[in-house]
Design a protein around this ligand. Sequence first.
Ligand code: PMP
Length: 427
Amino acid sequence: APADTLARRDAHVAAAQEHYYSRPPQIERGWREHLIDTEAQTYVDVVNNVTIAGHAHPGIVDAAARQWTLLNTNSRFHYAAIAELSERLAALAPAGLDRVFLVNSGSEAVDLALRLAFTATGRGRILAAREAYHGWTIGSDAVSTSIGDNPRALETRPDWVELLDAPNPVRGTYRGRGSAAAYLADVDARLDALGADGRAQFAGVVIEPIFGNGGGVLLPDGYLAGLYERVRALGGVCISDEVQVGYGRLGAHFWGFEQQGAVPDVIAVAKAMGNGQPLGAVITTAAIAEAFEQEGSFFSSAGGSPVSARVGVAVLDALRDDDLQGNAQRVGALFGDALRALGTRHPSIGAVHGMGLYLGVELVVDADLTPAPELARRVCDLLLDDGCIVQPTGDHKNVLKIKPPLCITAESVAWVVAALDRALAAA
Ligand code: PMP
């Protein structure tokens, strides 16, 4: 096996750019939902929300390699792949959202979406929610308040961000609240408190239809539609962050906002779009795109480059040809049911959140749902030894993040559930 490069990595890669685990395996190859390290140990990759079509997907690899041999350069040139990808994205988006900007990441997509809201309205204040993560760039970070990875996130909000309480029925302000009415009454109160001047500065809202960093807790029915209605009544723009939740992972829905029966004005998407190739997009209406054009042009050197765009098309082909969304629905249902069944035998499983292959297993200390972050850490370490890569997420770092490639088989799922059973018993 090649010499382990961890010490070399730690010597120069800034420590804030964390890797999973204190002693991470050195991963050399991937195949479908599997990762293989330099010691030839195989892992089931349960945490990966990027490689939706699976690692080293032949059609995607082939498309990337072929495009590299032909052309790869900046996105100001006219080439077929950028047209094909944008056309396919517009066809997947709701009616009226048919203008596409191509970028390299989720952070960039959210940042650009915020700029679109500013230019479309000529206003500068944004509504966001606690417990959310939207990215690391200045704009996307400003609306990110999840304290799991950034404990000081709430102390550093710029004054153009207005925060709603996390719409989380599991813990916090709204614990046990099933209906959206209480949440929306608080939104009304918050908007009222802004005063007429504050409301007149209001450019829109950015929110995930299901909070990814929160571990997949579903919003109460009607919350998103009610929120959008209020934002639109004030002349604001509704941005859906689909970076984690979108692109078929929910199984029953391609986009997260569909789960809530709401339609945004701007969609920010990335991660899954490139199956690992840096690629993201903002999809919006002609009116919003044209307002932005009044301000100037948009250029991202590698956003939608020939290779990225070609990969983007190949990922959409894989989604269709491999029926990845259908698999997310079928295998995701098995996964969710098996995890819930495990919960009847392990009291440390307080809840199983999410749907499709967007699942979170909430590990708790007691029936009061006190978070169990140490247990989550130990379980993840035991699972690693057993050959399964899972990580804790959420504000309390106690939710096992279950977001495997959408091609995961029922056999792998059964194996992961058995491994989790062993780990919970041992931890
Ligand atoms: N939005 C959400 C919901 C995310 O989960 C992430 C990444 N975890 C981002 C935005 C930022 O995406 P990226 O890391 O590609 O910049």
